[in-house]
Design a protein around this ligand. Structure first.
Ligand SMILES: C[S@@+](CC[C@H](N)C(=O)[O-])C[C@H]1O[C@@H](n2cnc3c(N)ncnc32)[C@H](O)[C@@H]1O
Length: 223
């Protein structure tokens, strides 16, 4: 592990990224958290725009597989880990994405604002602390980069409270939280809903087993 990186990101080295899609997006999403990746992909299909910022990029699976509303979307990638940026950028090279290294818990510098969409998929549950605190910090750092009329921020996050984890889920939650890979023991739907309503004039929130899928609209919600 890279000791310069926080525990939420240090695990995402090349070896982990090589099995990430099969283990996290295949096995875990279907059998542990019980939100199959196709549900998350459908969220991307509905919410991505032609000017998209992907934050916490992992392997870049979702921007690789989703349907963008234009043939040549402009895609920027932001992550704290150089290995995820490299992996996702290679996978998305047909879109010639730009890569930015940054920590969402600190202020973010990007060349220009005006993103139609920002995705923070499976990022919040990795960050330490209650969702009302880390979510506020992340939303405060990211919402200024959205287009003020059309922009939306969306993603999914695994909850720790108010959902029914199965036996394997409970063991993995304890293990990941103990290692700092997850920081979601206190994350719950009510706090996420309050957070979204405090930062966005309109939002959507849906619970699929252990996972919350959400959208915050900076302007008006899409009809
Ligand atoms: C669970 S992966 C999610 C990957 C992808 N979004 C997906 O849904 O498959 C979490 C990602 O967030 C990144 N990350 C973790 N902590 C971060 C931080 N503080 N700032 C920026 N990125 C972070 C990790 O490097 C990793 O790429």
């Amino acid at each position: 592990m890279n000791s310069q990186l926080p525990a939420s990101a240090a695990i995402y080295n090349k070896a982990l990224l090589a099995i990430y899609d099969a283990y996290v997006l295949g096995f875990s999403n279907s059998w542990v958290w019980r939100c199959p990746s196709r549900r998350i992909l459908a969220l991307y299909d509905r919410q991505v725009s032609g000017r998209h910022l992907e934050v916490g990029v992992g392997t870049g699976y979702f921007p690789d597989h989703c349907r963008f509303p234009v043939a040549s979307p402009r895609i920027d990638l932001l992550d704290i880990h150089p290995a995820t940026l490299e992996t996702a950028a290679r996978r998305l090279r047909r879109y010639q994405p730009r890569c930015f290294r940054g920590n969402v818990l600190e202020s973010i510098a990007l060349p220009e604002a005006g993103y139609g969409s920002i995705a923070v998929n499976y990022l919040l549950h990795c960050l330490p602390g209650p969702i009302r605190d880390k979510g506020r910090v992340v939303f405060e750092h990211l919402t200024p980069w959205l287009d003020p009329r059309e922009g939306r921020l969306f993603g999914a996050t695994i909850l720790g409270q108010g959902v029914r984890h199965n036996a394997l889920g409970r063991r993995l939650m304890a293990f990941y939280n103990g290692k700092g890979i997850f920081g979601n023991l206190e994350d719950n739907e009510d706090d996420l809903r309050r957070l979204l309503s405090e930062h966005f004039p309109a939002h959507e929130l849906e619970i699929q087993c252990c996972v919350a899928l959400f959208v915050g609209y900076r302007g008006q919600a899409a009809s």
